[in-house]
Design a protein around this ligand. Structure first.
Ligand SMILES: [Cu+2]
Length: 303
């Protein structure tokens, strides 16, 4: 892990020095949440997020090349055609070849950008058949996630500093309850499964987002919007309301924990039986598993 983060840091440093800090190299530390000095995206854990990062890098390289070309051309023109070197300007206008080129080349560049971006848009809006459906409801200012097929509903409210301390004391690893992102009740989803998220709101327009999933969609009162994700890596992934909605807009985070099928089923069953204590314990065990610690409930070795 240390080696990995060192490598990421060096990559980020080198790319920053080259002015390529715009490329979506992996974040400096952690997954599913912002990291200190991060200038790039959070790690992609869904096929859509990976495609978004690819399109982002691809377009940025095109931008970089165009910008460098224009800069060099301007410097050359300033030098070559200064009054000192070129006292009598030519009266040339209309160069057919040049005009065709500066029309056709930009068109080709735009087509080259349009093809992958339309493909991405198509993939984002082509929902594979769902393994799980979640209804996310925005409220001023927290989120409710209903899992209609499991018959459960989870209200998530951001942890205040003292509640965060309590959670850490109860056994949650500190990096899994980040300040202003951790919530009292996380939502669990199974790994490698297609999850449809139906999004709506009970009051004003919010937006449901998880950066690592590449999911972002407005929550509009009286309407259902939708997004989907297929998380391929276990972990805890955070997002925030992303539509300015009012005074506590910044304090209505979303926390989705991606776990093994069995853990998800146990958690859903515990909530269905209204056993919130057991549900919390399942989450704490999943958190400990993720942190690579030995489970407290039984003697299974850490993986
Ligand atoms: Cu909001």
């Amino acid at each position: 892990m240390i080696k990995q983060s060192l490598r990421d840091r060096m990559l980020a440093g080198v790319s920053g020095a080259l002015g390529l800090g715009v490329l979506s190299l992996p974040a400096l530390a952690g997954t599913g949440q912002p990291s200190p000095k991060q200038i790039t995206f959070q790690e992609a854990v869904t096929p859509i997020a990976e495609e978004i990062h690819w399109v982002h890098d691809y377009v940025n390289i095109i931008i970089f090349v165009i910008t460098a070309f224009v800069l060099l051309l301007m410097l050359y023109v300033m030098w070559r055609f200064s009054e000192k070197r070129h006292p009598t300007p030519s009266r040339t206008t209309h160069n057919t070849t040049l005009e065709v080129l500066w029309t056709v080349i930009p068109v080709l560049i735009l087509v080259a950008i349009a093809i992958p971006s339309f493909k991405l848009l198509y993939n984002q809006y082509t929902f594979p058949p769902p393994d799980l459906t979640i209804k996310a409801v925005g409220h001023a200012w927290n989120w409710t996630h209903e899992l209609p097929d499991q018959g459960i509903s989870v209200d998530s409210i951001m942890l205040q500093p003292n509640e965060r301390e309590d959670a850490i004391n109860a056994g949650m690893p500190a990096d899994q309850v980040p300040r202003n992102l951790a919530v009292d009740n996380e939502v669990l989803v199974p790994v490698d499964k297609v999850v449809h998220v139906l999004v709506t709101s009970t009051d004003v327009i919010h937006a449901w987002t998880i950066p690592s999933f590449g999911s972002k969609v407005d929550a509009v009162p009286g309407r259902i919007t939708a997004t989907w994700f297929k998380a391929t890596k276990e972990g805890i992934y955070f997002g925030q309301c992303s539509e300015l909605c009012g005074k506590d807009h910044a304090f209505m985070p979303i926390a989705i924990r991606v776990v093994k099928d069995q853990v998800f089923n146990d958690w859903a069953a515990a909530l269905k039986a209204r056993d919130r204590k057991k549900a919390k314990e399942i989450i704490r065990n999943a958190a400990a598993d993720l942190a690579g610690k030995t489970k407290t409930a039984d003697n299974r070795p850490a993986n």
